[in-house]
Design a protein around this ligand. Sequence first.
Ligand code: ZN
Length: 308
Amino acid sequence: MAKYALWTNDVETTSIWFNTLRDETGFKVWKEGMPVLLDIYQKYGIKSTFFFTGYIARLYPDIVRMIQCYGHEVGSHSYSHKKEDGLDVLPYKAQLHQLQTSKKILEDISGEEVISFRSPALRLSKDSARALIESGYRIDSSVASQRFDMFLSFGGIKKLNWLTAPRLPYRVDENNIFKKGSSPLVEVPLSATLFPYVSTTMRVFPLITNIQRQLLHTETSWNEKPIVFDIHPNEFIDESNEERTIERRSRNPVSYFLQDVIRSKLKVKNLGPAAAPLYEREISYYAQRAYTFLTLKDYCKQKGLLAD
Ligand SMILES: [Zn+2]
């Protein structure tokens, strides 16, 4: 039985250190963060999917081109990563604009068709499926089935839909991306075990990740669910030499405390050079267990999930 691990990357101008979007951070992501990831992937023979915001691609087009000679896939991470442009709050037309603008920028730069998508902060509404299909995407990986975020991330209430979403990859219902249906759009859910199985957990709560990977491997041996891990090149850069104030994103005082203060303090743990060995430990666990490492697109093709 073939077991798959899909290592996916969200490429954007978010500064974890400053808790805000910054063009200077985007420059460091390109020059310092991306090379660390590309080296790790080459070492383990990994083909991976990179989701770029249209914004960073337009700012530094070479950040897209630099992955292509290694056979990685160019995917879209929408156009804007601003909180107010989340797909869960934008009306349908505005969602289309985000999705189409990003696709066009990335296709112009890469010369490839872009069919894979991940939403910024995984924010989606039920009609995002229709918007994605109308924009020409065929694969989405923004649903974290059975992950429970509540107040720890933006759009926490809509993310309750994750609790009942299918666990294995599925064709989505055109009117509800969180449900199985017969549309041409394939959802490849991110791995989760109530806790997110992502790079932030790996850096901040490595003990939880130790347990998670064993559970997830056991599950995959049982039902062939692909491991889908999410990491960001901005986690490999070091901005600690610059002075820091925590920017306030939430108006509600409880949300401010939970999302801005606590998260900002925790989220900087193991940032920079310390993140690379943690990520390698994650990858080697699956390498030792004979997993195949593919891009989302190649995984979906191999499994016959894409519509003709
Ligand atoms: Zn993102």
